[in-house]
Design a protein around this ligand. Sequence first.
Ligand code: FAD
Ligand code: SIN
Length: 547
Amino acid sequence: MDKIYDYLVVGSGAAGLYFSILASRSGKVLLLTKNTLKESNTYYAQGGIASVEKHTDSFQQHIKDTIKAGDELCNEKAVEMVVSEGPGIINELISIGVKFTRDRSKGYYSLHKEGGHSKSRVFHFKDITGRELIRALTKMVRENSNITIIENMAAVDLLTEHQKEDSSLFNPRNITCYGIYAHDPKTKKIHKILSRSTILATGGSGQVYLHTSNPGVATGDGLAMAFRAGATVSNLEFYQFHPTTLYTEKEKENSFLISEAVRGFGGNLKTKDGKSFMHKYHRLKSLAPRDIVARAIDSEMKKRGDEFVYLDIRNFPANKIISTFPNIYKKCLDEGIDITKEMIPVVPAAHYQCGGIETDLHGKTDIKGLYAIGEVAQNGMHGANRLASNSLLDALVFAKISALSVEKYISRNVINFSDIKEWEYYHTERPIEKVVVSYLRNTIRRLVSEFIGIVRSDERLKMAEKMIDLLAWQARDYYMQTELSRETVELRNIADVAYLLVRFAGFRKESRGLHYNIDHPEKDNINWKKNTRLRSSGRRSKSVIIR
Ligand code: FAD
Ligand code: SIN
């Protein structure tokens, strides 16, 4: 009999690492990640973690700001839960050794202000908060004997009733998850990994866009796997673009972020001729919420035919800039820009997936034994637009709440693991041609960027749907017709996410939060103050149910 874990955690960002630490107190954890333990969106987080500091702020204000940014689609219960857990989470992080920058003059932690926040409430470590969080959490995970770590192995698909010998038992409304199949690129083997519970903490899908702040691992794997297995996914039309990533002429796997904290610090957005423009779009000017700033930049660039706008912080003392943003200063200097003397060329880039696998307030999906936490999940916290620095908080709080809930689930349920099949080697031995994979991957990404970007139209979405259907079919076909590889696994997932994005963007016939359609420019609360939701009716079936 194969070994059966209590908790199988897929992904080693903030959500996966923190969940693993907490769950290891009550069972055996397998933590699987497709790159090294550190490589994740979390590692690159700059701004920090939003949380109320009780002397200067209130839960009510943080809740109000979050709901306002979410444009009437947040689940208020989720927001209340996450915000009120904030100070506890910050204290727990401090107690396990996470460092936050202090403000010596006030004798307390230094708190940044970011777009859409009415108060300074972002705890941070210099401008490398994510790196610090990952340092402390990975240290704990590596020292924990109840956690087995597997790096450089990618989950390919979820194990559900579909993989039982008698798949006639399959009932699309009553699916259980028994673990995953995972691909080991070294041995080229597919492992069947069994677990009483499976926690998807696989992060976002920024790589479905050509320009993104997300690293190469963010290919939407968890979202695509859960959708294929029959889980409900929701609100995927709400893709957040970060207004300011560094513009460079060379195409890169991802774009370097210029933190929103730089605008909180006083950075001013200007067109190429040095003129401020944000006063035309919002009373908060450069510190307006992200969706508004990203759309304003997009509109100025399109009107003027420019490839970027500038972010200007030159009027602040150089030593203050360098001590507050040492990483941004160094990175820009490496690109030949001294931000204390020169303006920073910036462009918006895909940054955060607000929709995802639908869960309840415990991270539970509608597949039994399957949980989703962090960016891969849609738990109601962010609604139609996420407030800056709320996602690390969301990932950590849901890791904590779901660890308790999963513990109860595994202690109360006897799970029958018999008859689960080994991976069927229906793939051929034919090696992949990298040129085909990169062509399909880049074509899908370019299409998504140009047709499902910051501003959408009915016509473009209709055209995109047809083209994506064809490309997705080719990507899936190539995946099946060649030997299994990391490249084709990711290609299939990117294709599935593109398929979902275009469908979700097409459903919503209004503009709200991050979804802006020029043919439906107004918000329509009568018809659309609701989540959009989709569920595939079975793994190999293409049909889809809208509920
Ligand atoms: P991630 O941290 O992305 O981790 C996902 C993990 O899953 C990775 O380890 C990945 O390798 C693994 N994985 C993926 N697919 C598979 C697979 N098939 N098999 C095995 N493993 C897999 N948010 C804030 O709140 N504050 C900030 O300051 C901030 N700054 C940001 C800056 C940047 C540049 C970026 C990209 C994002 C930023 N965000 C910020 C957003 C935030 O970092 C993410 O939303 C958050 O870190 C997500 O955490 P996570 O644990 O859900 O996923
Ligand atoms: C940033 O530092 O601007 C990123 C913050 C976030 O995405 O929440």
